[in-house]
Write a protein that binds this ligand. Structure first.
Ligand SMILES: C[S@@+](CC[C@H](N)C(=O)[O-])C[C@H]1O[C@@H](n2cnc3c(N)ncnc32)[C@H](O)[C@@H]1O
Length: 196
C-alpha cells in the first residue's frame, strides 16, 4: 500500500489482503459508488444513512486520497474506499450478493467514436452488477451525455435487467460533477434499473 494512503487506511480496503476481501463480502446493506471521484457524493450518503455501509470505487489514486482525507475529517465509520478498476473487481473481490444499491454518477462519456470501447457501462458489466445485487436491488445511473444515455439504454436492453425507468428519487445528494453542471444549467439524465 502506498505510504500516503496508509495514514488514512482505516477507510480503505486493501484488496491485496484476503481478510479485507472477506470483510467486504461479510458486510450487510452495502451501497456502491462506481467511479466515486473525490468521494463527495458517497460521503454525504454515508452521513445521512448511518445504518448502511458505503463503498466508493475509484481507479485514480489522487482521487482516492482526497476521498480518504474527506471521510477522515468527517470521522465517518460506515464508509470505505477501494482503489481499483471496477472491471477487475466484479466477481473477484466483490462476490457476495449483499448489495442494495449501486450508483454510477457521471461516468466518463468518451464522446469520440474511436473511444466508445472505453465506456464502462456495457451489458457485460451490467450482468455482473445484476449478480451482486440483492433481490429488489437497484442501479442508479446519472449522466450529462444524451448520447451516452442512449448507448446505456441499449446496453440495458441487452442485459439481464432488460428494462430501465426514469429515476425520480430527488433526495439523492449531488456529486461534484452534478454540482458543477447545475451551476451552468446542464441537464442531467437519471435512470434506474431494478433486480426483480
Ligand atoms: C467524470 S468522473 C465522475 C466522478 C464522480 N462520480 C462525480 O460525478 O463527481 C468519472 C470517474 O470515474 C472514474 N473511473 C473511470 N473508469 C473507472 C473504472 N474502470 N473503475 C473505477 N473508476 C473509474 C474516473 O477516474 C473518474 O473519477
Amino acid at each position: 500500500m502506498n505510504l500516503r494512503i496508509k495514514k488514512y487506511s482505516r477507510n480503505l480496503f486493501d484488496i491485496s489482503i484476503i481478510d479485507e476481501v472477506m470483510e467486504i463480502n461479510d458486510l450487510k446493506n452495502i451501497s456502491l459508488d462506481i467511479g466515486s471521484g473525490e468521494g463527495e457524493f458517497i460521503s454525504k450518503l454515508a452521513k445521512e444513512n448511518p445504518k448502511d455501509f458505503f463503498i466508493g470505487i475509484e481507479i485514480k489514486y489522487g482521487r482516492i486520497l482526497k476521498s480518504l482525507k474527506r471521510v477522515d475529517n468527517f470521522g465517518l465509520k460506515n464508509i470505505k474506499f477501494i482503489h481499483g478498476d471496477i472491471s477487475n473487481l466484479l466477481g473477484t473481490v466483490l462476490i457476495s450478493k449483499n448489495i442494495k444499491k449501486i450508483f454510477i454518477n457521471n461516468p466518463d462519456p468518451w464522446p469520440k467514436d474511436k473511444h466508445i470501447t472505453k465506456r464502462i457501462i456495457k451489458s457485460d458489466l451490467l450482468n455482473k452488477l445484476y449478480k451482486l445485487l440483492k433481490r429488489k436491488g437497484q442501479v442508479i445511473i446519472k449522466t450529462d451525455s444524451q448520447d451516452y444515455l442512449n448507448f446505456i439504454k441499449k446496453e440495458i436492453n441487452n442485459s439481464k435487467f432488460k428494462v430501465w425507468k426514469k429515476n425520480k428519487d430527488c433526495k439523492l445528494p449531488l456529486s461534484k460533477f452534478q454540482e458543477n453542471y447545475n451551476k451552468i444549467n446542464k441537464k442531467i439524465y437519471a435512470i434506474v434499473i431494478n433486480k426483480n
